[in-house]
Ligand binder design. Structure first.
Ligand SMILES: [Fe+2]
Length: 262
């Protein structure tokens, strides 16, 4: 696509997503840093509309309050209480499922944009990216009011693609510790996990604003969102993509995330 082309929701002048060199630079940075922030990727109008839509949907979000370990796996009663499998962290937040988001929402138009998908594929090193086959999981808005947080965890997917719609007045900060483990090598990194949970590892902050596109490699980096404080809801869009068209959530996972399966 020519550099002077326009997009209704994406600032193409600063982020020429159709340009292979630009995508390659983004990919290199994601590889090197484990994170990529494209500042002011989305137009102000798209963000304002999406933030207003999110505020309308907030009361329809499914709120959950969960105790889990950093691996998001079951506890192991045969191991001591202070083993990382058994060390609880808390997450409480609301999720707005895809089927609540309007067909003409800017975030849906972005998600379905073939040029955006192609760009993500090149940055993530995938031939294709696919939506989830279910009606709930592809576009999700995560909302967190006063006191809500996301505890330390590893992601089960390699990369996440997100955009902040609205920041909290205070708190709601994305913190991470890179390279805690090598999941592909089967590394559970119990020692490193203990040190992070004990506060003995330096923690980095990923600093992003509404409208920034944020890609994060969360399978080997421990990360969390600190408790929100104040009356402004923190709201973040998750653009969920799969490598395969048939990858699906289990019914149990859907129940956990959304409180329903359809
Ligand atoms: Fe995560």
């Amino acid at each position: 696509m020519a550099s002077n082309s326009t997009h209704p929701h994406i600032e193409l002048t600063n982020h020429p997503i159709g340009d292979d060199d630009f995508a390659a630079r983004c990919r290199d940075q994601l590889e090197a840093d484990g994170a990529l922030i494209l500042r002011s990727f989305f137009t102000r109008e798209a963000i304002e509309r999406a933030a207003a839509e999110s505020a309308e949907l907030e009361s329809s979000a499914f709120y959950s309050n969960a105790k889990h370990n950093v691996y998001l796996t079951a506890t192991d009663p045969d191991l001591p209480d202070d083993h990382p499998f058994n060390r609880p962290v808390m997450s409480n937040k609301g999720l707005i499922a895809d089927d609540l988001i309007a067909g003409d929402s800017p975030i849906r138009e972005i998600y379905e944009d073939p040029q955006f998908r192609s760009f993500l594929g090149r940055v993530l090193g995938l031939d294709n990216v696919y939506p989830y086959p279910d009606k709930l999981s592809s576009i999700v808005i995560s909302v967190a009011g006063d006191g809500m947080e996301l505890g330390w965890h590893f992601d089960t997917s390699a990369s996440s693609v997100t955009m902040l719609l609205q920041a909290a007045e205070d708190g709601g900060v994305f913190e991470y510790v890179p390279d805690v483990r090598d999941a592909d090598a089967g590394d559970m990194a119990f020692g490193n996990v203990d040190r992070v949970l004990d506060g003995d590892e330096p923690v980095r902050t990923l600093d992003f604003s509404p409208g920034d596109l944020v890609l994060f490699r969360g399978r080997n980096a421990l990360h969390r969102v600190t408790p929100v404080s104040g009356s402004t809801t923190r709201s973040l869009v998750i653009f969920a993509f799969n490598e395969r068209p048939d990858a699906s959530m289990t019914e149990a996972a859907l129940e956990t995330f959304f409180g329903r399966t359809a």
